[in-house]
Design a binder for this molecule. Structure first.
Ligand code: SAH
Length: 390
């Protein structure tokens, strides 16, 4: 294996298992590796630090995947998949067969996000190395899981940060246009090929149950509902009325299919920009026992953080005004760059401007199959609160 040497005093983060080494910390190479190639990483005094994947284009020059000098690279993909699967077995039970199997750095294999859809795998590739080692990853997935199919998609960053054009395609077997998965016992039709993300938002699984626990007898306004994850769980728990709103007509059609498949009464659906819809709704007096706000990522880069915080504030102010007295606001941010304390600050400003009091009664995070690496705080991205509005 080729070796990358770090600059003097620039090995500490890496030695403490932070998986990202930026270009400014890299002194050089004994032989320049190919883009994506796995390399041995040493400190300036030539002591072993870790193994990592090299990228010639990204600002993150090395993504570390092992701190064990005896790591057997030939079997690493297989072992990482098995480890991730065994970790998922601790909390994924028979009522759920759609889940995130591998979450890149959090599962010690940077570059890959693998989601399981009832035996089919949707694999997202994020880095040059993930593309380079795709044949090994494919073989390891087949050997360990024997999946019905593997569908591979490039992450947005692949072109932007690694300058790699990669067409999405079926890598193994045949991926159907839609797959019926089970989540918390509910049937859900998901499309790993054409849906958003890798097809479904698994990261809200537990939060859907947490919010639905308050739904009995309440009227629910589910904003940014996508295919109805929150709406359906609220229906199961006895919500008296549900409005599900999203800007995507495809998502709303999928939501209707999901409600029908589970023999649940179809909710009222609204196709609209939520910001406009909520502004418009300030003119009516109807209020809701639960308002759910689960917008898409509002800060895609560090420059967007301030405007994202303003958008969270506006959204939460508008949403909060539609909550009845002592009703529930369930509000989320999936922007990794927005810190929890700043998100909560924006909700507090919203409350002040809305003339409301709020009491946070639950702090929520991403689902268990999106584990957070303590070595890599960036792996925590989803934040949410459940609050009582009065
Ligand atoms: N709550 C969903 C996931 C939401 S993902 C679940 O539990 O599965 C974000 C959703 O916001 C997507 O469905 C997307 O179509 C929708 N969206 C994005 N921008 C929007 C906007 N301005 N107005 C309404 N919906 C929007």
């Amino acid at each position: 294996m080729k070796t990358s040497i770090l600059k003097k005093q620039k090995h500490k983060l890496a030695a403490n298992r932070n998986p990202w080494v930026f270009s400014g910390s890299v002194y050089g190479f004994d032989t320049v590796p190919e883009n994506g190639e796995a390399v041995r990483v040493e400190d300036f005094d030539r002591n072993f630090i870790a193994y990592g994947f090299f990228s010639s284009e990204s600002a993150i020059t090395l993504r570390l995947f092992s701190w064990d000098e005896n790591e057997d690279f030939d079997s690493v993909f297989e072992r990482r998949i098995e480890d991730s699967l065994n970790a998922r077995k601790v909390f994924i039970h028979d009522d759920t067969d759609g889940y995130r199997l591998m979450f890149s750095e959090s599962d010690f294999l940077p570059g890959y996000v693998a989601d399981c859809y009832a035996g089919h795998i949707s694999l997202q590739v994020n880095t040059a190395s993930a593309v380079k080692y795709l044949p090994q990853m494919k073989e390891a997935l087949i050997k360990t899981l024997n999946p019905l199919s593997i569908y591979v998609r490039p992450a947005e960053e692949l072109l932007k940060k690694e300058k790699i054009r990669f067409p999405e395609h079926c890598l193994h077997g045949e991926t159907p246009e839609s797959i019926i998965i089970k989540e918390n016992g509910l049937k859900i039709s998901a499309s790993p090929m054409s849906g958003q993300k890798t097809g479904y938002y698994f990261d809200q699984r537990e939060n859907r149950l947490a919010v639905a626990a308050y739904a009995h007898g309440r009227s629910v306004l589910d904003c940014f509902c996508y295919t109805g994850g929150f709406s359906m769980n609220c229906a199961v728990k006895g919500a008296k009325q549900i409005i599900s709103a999203d800007s995507s007509a495809d998502a709303l059609n999928n939501l209707k299919t999901n409600f029908a498949m589970n023999s649940l009464t179809e909710p009222e659906t609204v196709k609209a920009d939520i910001f406009e819809y909520l502004r418009h709704r300030q003119n009516d007096t109807a209020q809701h026992g639960i308002v759910i706000l689960d917008p898409p990522k509002l800060a895609k880069s560090q420059q967007d953080v301030d405007s994202a915080l303003r958008a969270y504030k506006d959204l939460n102010m508008l949403g909060m005004k539609k909550v009845e007295k002592n009703g529930i606001l369930a509000s989320f941010s999936c922007s990794g760059r927005v810190k929890r304390e700043d998100f909560i600050k924006s909700v507090s400003w919203a409350a002040k401007d809305a003339g409301k009091n709020i009491r946070i009664i639950e702090n929520l995070s991403q689902a268990k199959d999106h584990p957070i690496s303590p070595f890599f705080p960036e792996s925590e991205y989803l934040k949410g609160i459940i609050a009582i509005v009065s």
